[in-house]
Design a protein around this ligand. Sequence first.
Ligand code: CA
Length: 209
Amino acid sequence: MSRILVVEDTLEIAEGLQRTLEYDGYDVSLATKAAHALAVATSDKPELIVLDLGLPDRDGYHVLQQLRERGNQTPVLILSARRDEADKLQGFRLGADDYVTKPFSILELMARISALLRRARPAAPSAGTEAPEAARPAPLSDEALRERYNLTARQIDVVRLLGEGFTNAEIAAKLEMSYYTARNHTEQVLAKLGVSSRAAVGALLYGQG
Ligand code: CA
């Protein structure tokens, strides 16, 4: 599961982002101050950092600069109310990977996060390198999924990946579809299965629900 660190001192925005990201299958850490952000970036080893520029102690630039000086190359997406081109250039100069200005569209932000993670991640390992799963009960068959839940072939592909705990971004990459399409499929699959969370999909597939 991809871990994302959200550094944002406006609690409303931070918690909204956390909810949306967790709904999409990410593991989220929150930090509201620069000092806290630097500590968590080191301890939690996130795969991506969403970084607000206006923080109560030091600004986001300081966080970014410190990270890069310490050799931390985690992708950073700057989130800022500052619209000035100079701010944007300063961010990229310090090693930011992307920049989104507030107020932002949550869907656009999610798509950018997904793109950054895809770019940062090495190619998926080839089949046969995964650990054996002997102890696992057999999952519901494609036939059962089709007949009981009226899932299409594509939705069955999606449900299998959801059952493995993949995020929408990972599903998009594996099935070679856009982030938006993966998200739509996930929502339709959850509705057809009659479950309210991604976590419930695995339990349903493997008969522990
Ligand atoms: Ca702020």
